[in-house]
Ligand binder design. Structure first.
Ligand SMILES: [Zn+2]
Length: 323
């Protein structure tokens, strides 16, 4: 396996982020093929008025890196936006007086950490009324079905990821497999590019950023504190997950066009603060140490965002050359 991003990381001197990202993708690919060692959960789901019963088998890929489930002290990023994820799998809580929005959930086992983190911050899990995800992969949706049950929240997703979310990843173009890699989740509202999600004065715009999955997306919104307002981008960085040639992906013929679109669209976004689906993608550990004081300015980093996108553009261009 050749990691071209690693070489460009050495050239740019931004080694830690790219090593981290490459490691993440390597593990992702590796894990998807290690189904024999997987945790197997047999979930008995009731469908209809208690008569029809069906069994759904879920195997979350095993051997996840320890930082994916290592706890991280929750904190306020800016205004009413909080970090409630693990050390590496970023989850965000946007609070409002009329309920909260949770973006991403980490692995199936992350549910207890999210629950504890929300409580530590002084909020109620039961006040979460909307659930969102940046992509239909098990390291971001693993606990979504459980949290939906626990909170009664509505789950909203990019329409292009709906099928994969509803079959627990079985129809994923890169990782299609016999078993679901996360519990299937019914989508209550299908989102299209630039749709807004409004709740208690918050307005979140979904930006369709396909490639990593067919319905990967980012979220753009504004938060305020007593000093100023911040435009926040929760970016789903368009990293490449398939080892196959794009032309070999019969179930996703438009993949190259989608990546090209996403790379251009993401370059054109204006924001103050950027965050991402994985903590290492935006250098969370460098920008915020557990226990640090409130400091939104730590996340103002256009340069880091542009460099991360440039590295992904290079990776994409190198892959295209090998087609
Ligand atoms: Zn992913």
């Amino acid at each position: 396996m050749v990691y071209t991003g690693f070489r460009s990381a050495l050239r740019t001197g931004r080694t830690s982020r790219y090593l981290c990202r490459q490691n993440m993708e390597k593990v992702n690919r590796h894990n998807m093929s290690k189904s024999l060692l997987s945790i197997c959960l047999i979930l008995i789901c009731l469908s209809g008025p208690g008569e029809r019963v069906w069994a759904q088998q879920v195997q979350e890929p095993a051997n996840a890196p320890p930082e994916w489930s290592r706890p991280y002290k929750p904190f306020c990023i800016a205004g009413n936006l909080y970090y409630v994820g693990t050390c590496e799998l970023a989850c965000y809580l946007l609070t409002t007086p009329q309920g909260h929005i949770l973006i991403n959930t980490g692995l199936a086992s992350s549910v207890e950490q999210i629950k504890a983190n929300v409580a530590t911050l002084g909020f109620k899990l039961s006040d979460i009324s909307i659930l969102l995800t940046t992509q239909a992969h098990y390291d971001h949706t693993g606990a979504m079905a459980a949290l939906k049950e626990m909170t009664g929240a509505r789950f909203m997703a990019d329409e292009k990821d709906a099928g994969v979310l509803e079959d627990g990843g079985r129809s994923d173009y890169a990782f299609s497999r016999q078993y679901s890699s996360f519990r299937p989740i019914g989508v209550d509202r299908l989102l299209k590019n630039k749709d807004t999600i409004n709740l208690g004065g918050a307005s979140v715009t979904m930006l369709h950023h396909p490639g990593h999955t067919k319905g990967s997306c980012s979220f753009l919104f504004t938060v305020k504190d007593e000093h100023r307002s911040y435009t926040v981008l929760i970016a789903n960085m368009p990293s490449i997950v398939t080892e196959k040639k794009f032309s070999e992906l019969k179930t996703y013929p438009e993949i190259a066009k989608d990546y090209a679109y996403t790379l251009d669209a993401m370059k054109a976004i204006s924001f103050d603060i950027w965050l991402a689906s994985h903590a290492c993608q935006f250098d969370l550990q460098v920008k915020h140490k557990p226990g640090d004081n409130y400091n939104p300015a730590a996340f103002i980093d256009r340069k880091g965002y542009d460099a991360a996108l440039k590295a992904l553009r290079n990776e994409f261009d190198e892959k295209l050359e090998k087609e």
